[in-house]
Design a protein around this ligand. Structure first.
Ligand code: GUN
Length: 284
């Protein structure tokens, strides 16, 4: 039996279309800060900007050379915080090597009400407390939860195996699943015998960034498999999952591309509208 393909492209398009009236009403503005020329970031940013254009959301791309100083970036962040016309902004990761040790200081400076990536301690802390407090959740985990929920895949009571423990995907996703009453197994690069864990998963989500990490023998028949990986192999983009073989074991699976990627973008734009709504509430 071949798995149902969970199309992130179709659902993201539906979500983006549903945002159009709110964009028209609230007129939010999204800003992307990019530093350097990481090829994957170039591609993600193009898609984010294109989606803004598609739904009529104002957007700006601040592109700095990799040699930009920490002080210049701090100044930019403070300017964006103070500019009432800017609804939300993101600092695209990864930062160039030179700036990486200062990453926490840069994120600490971001106004949590404009943090549409949901990466600041304030928004992560709210997300940690309960799903009721998820106001600006991190975009990729939020997109994955939507993809599961909108496809009628139950989370409560299920065993969810998350492979990867990054601050922007694995860790917040694990928390969001637990907040929806899943039993969580969180694996990472120090996990021994990964297969013994993935085989227990009713839902297996791989965000490890390693091509072909998840093979068919690691998946329980009928499990749902979500692939967050975006790995370049030669000229092609592949996920973490051996799609061709895993689709014959799983009941549902996301493709790469066209799975989680578009959902991240839709969730980001959704957060921008939420941020604008909250800013207006605070003013009234
Ligand atoms: N790099 C890879 N994914 C993301 C994301 O969702 N947000 C930011 N800011 N950087 C990323």
């Amino acid at each position: 039996m071949s798995a149902r393909i969970l199309s992130g492209t179709d659902l993201a398009n539906k979500i983006l279309t549903s945002l159009k009236p709110m964009v028209k009403k609230l007129d939010p503005k999204l800003v992307i800060i990019q530093i350097g020329n990481d090829p994957a970031s170039d591609s993600y940013i193009r898609k984010k900007l294109q989606s803004c254009d598609d739904i009529g959301m104002r957007r700006e791309h601040l592109h700095f050379d990799a040699s930009v100083t920490f002080d210049e970036l701090m100044k930019t962040i403070r300017t964006l915080n103070e500019d009432d016309d800017v609804t939300g902004y993101i600092l695209q990761l990864p930062l160039p090597q030179m700036l990486q040790e200062n990453e926490p200081l840069l994120f600490r400076e971001i106004d949590p009400y404009k943090d549409i990536d949901g990466f600041t301690a304030y928004n992560l802390g709210k997300m940690f407390l309960s799903s009721d407090f998820e106001h600006l959740p991190p975009a990729t985990p939020a997109g994955i939860i939507s993809l599961l929920e909108q496809n009628g895949i139950e989370i409560e009571g299920k065993c969810a195996v998350v492979v990867g423990a990054s601050n922007i995907v694995g860790k917040p996703l694990g928390t969001m699943l637990v907040n929806r009453n899943a039993t969580l197994i969180q694996c990472h690069k120090f996990t021994h015998d990964l297969r013994s864990y993935t085989l227990q998963g009713d839902i297996v989500i791989s965000a490890a960034g390693k091509a072909n990490l998840i093979t068919a023998d690691m998946i329980k028949p009928g499990a749902v498999v979500i692939d967050v990986g975006m790995n370049r192999v030669g000229d092609t983009l592949v996920g973490d999952v051996d799609f061709e073989n895993v689709k014959d074991v799983a009941s549902a699976i996301t493709p790469v591309p066209g799975g989680v990627g578009p959902m991240t973008v839709a969730s980001l734009l959704q957060n921008c509208i939420r941020a604008k709504e909250r800013q207006l509430e605070r003013k009234s």
